[in-house]
Design a protein around this ligand. Structure first.
Ligand code: DQA
Length: 145
């Protein structure tokens, strides 16, 4: 049994209608439900959080120090490529995290090829749509075993 936290960054609340060719047809709430069900099946606890605001994401990361969260599943969205602030927050709380992307960021624009998270993440899963989240959950389970 693991306690996991899923954090999604900016614009991911628009999934379903946002560039479906890149990000798929599922809404964020469908993805969260799907992942919560998978977590339950595998006897894990999953909390979900999304924000478009960097400071709210920082606060949610800080808050894990008062909780049982063992690992964070994190899609930083566009903050992947810009946010030293979120990188520092993750380093500060020292909770391991897996970086997730729906699209294959390495195969897109050059500015998406740099991540402020990949070198400090347990690992990165990118390019499998909703399956990226499912693979990350399985990877979290194995990592925490
Ligand atoms: C994303 C990739 C980012 O480059 C982009 O800014 C996003 C979504 C993904 O899941 O593929 O918002 O993180």
């Amino acid at each position: 049994m693991a306690s996991l936290l899923l954090i999604n960054g900016p614009n991911l609340g628009l999934l379903g209608q946002r560039e479906p060719n890149l990000y798929g047809a599922n809404t964020l709430s469908e993805i969260e439900t799907q992942l919560t069900d998978l977590a339950k099946e595998r006897k894990h606890e999953l909390k979900c959080f999304q924000s478009d605001a960097e400071h709210e994401l920082v606060k949610r990361i800080h808050d894990v120090t008062n909780e049982e969260v063992e690992l964070i599943l994190f899609n930083p969205a566009a903050f992947t490529h810009t946010s030293i602030v979120l990188r520092d927050a993750l380093l500060a709380v020292k909770v391991p995290f897996i970086e997730i992307h729906l699209s294959n960021v390495a195969a897109r624009e050059d500015f998406r090829k740099h991540s402020y998270f990949s070198d400090i993440a347990v690992g990165t899963i990118s390019g499998f749509g909703v399956t990226s989240y499912e693979l990350a959950l399985i990877a979290a389970e194995k990592f925490l075993e």
